[in-house]
Design a protein around this ligand. Sequence first.
Ligand SMILES: [Ca+2]
Ligand SMILES: [Ca+2]
Length: 456
Amino acid sequence: MPGRAPSARARCAGAILRADPAGGRVDVSAVCATARGFVYKGCGGPRVAATTTEARMTTCRWAIAAALALLAPAAARAATLQVGPGQPYAKPCAAIAAAANGDTILIDAAGDYAGDVCAVTRSGLTLRGINGRPHIDAAGQHAEGKAIWVIKGANTTVDNIEFSGCRVPDQNGAGLRVEADNLVVRHSWFHHNEMGILTGNDRSHTITIEYSEFSDNGYGDGYSHNVYVGHHALLVFRYNWSRASLSGHLLKSRAERNEVLYNRLTGEADGTESYELTFPNGGLSFVIGNLIEQPATSENSAMLDYLSEGFGGNSDDRLFVVNNTFVNNRGSGTFLAIRAATQTPAIVRNNVFWGGGTVSSQASAVLDHNVTGNADDWFVDPANYDYRLRATASALIDAGTAPGTGAGESLAPTQVYLHPVAGAARPVVGAIDVGAYEWAGDGIFDDGFEQGVRRR
Ligand SMILES: [Ca+2]
Ligand SMILES: [Ca+2]
């Protein structure tokens, strides 16, 4: 295997061989100064004892070196496998099959990887696109009837890869099907699959999705979504752009704890998504600093859905909705559909609710310093879904209150979503503004929004 260190057995064999220069037996035990009593637990084979001082010292040096090698962290021994034209591996799945736990696989964007699908069974792999963003189109293929990649190894990182076109007989073909703990996905793009990311239901698992884009995923039956996280301990979802799922939801999570921070969840011109954001089983949920837009074409009139399917094994129904900008281009409906099973009053603070509709279906929700309306001079460029504030948004500027804390966590928005799929520190300009953005003068035109790229 390219670049791989020798196995532990090979190292041990070498140490024992050198430890036997005089043909006698060396006890390579705890105190090397005496070369006595050290039990070299990392190695199999016979224990040997030296007959001379020189032999004992040689034995000690080898034993120490071998022991240190065995104690070295896995990362130090991890290999880097190169994928692409002229590289040792032509396709990602060939490298994935050859990898050992902890390895890094670098995938050159220049390669043609259409139809290259597989399961990722090793743990601790980093799968990263380089020299641009490599594209894996399913091209009619799927792994295990599930996805382009089925993640079965814990602690996997997927970084800078484009997944598209997965279709399976069950109509839930995903870019990634996740069956392992602690997946991190970042800087990746999922489009025109039946599901962008779909996870299993292991309540001990966590998943982090950040700096990634989801668009046009869905079979079209309402059961397939841009992102669908099953029963998990934790979802962290931040700095993402999820747009225009086909009849499904932009983000759906059954996790016990959800941290949905600084995203752009938008249907836009052609979106037929249902919920822009749904937690059908509740869960302790923090929704802070997001832009959430419902188009006129949304297939239902609610934007954020909470506990619509009962607890489903979750135990927490605390919902915190702070400093988000909700835009309802459908003109009517419900911004926060907090269902009857919810016992704990939601905390709803410093949000913009633009465009008409019922703010909250939960009568007991704590509504604090939110602003509703449909003024046409609040936002920079609504036609292009740029809902940062203009100087004329006096109803919003400095109109918020201290976000406070909830469930022991600060509810303050420290960042803003920066389009596309990035984040930046939220400026502090006087009192906090209402909504996902802080007005900071004309500097907003310098941050790259107008250079946003539609990669389709
Ligand atoms: Ca909707
Ligand atoms: Ca302010």
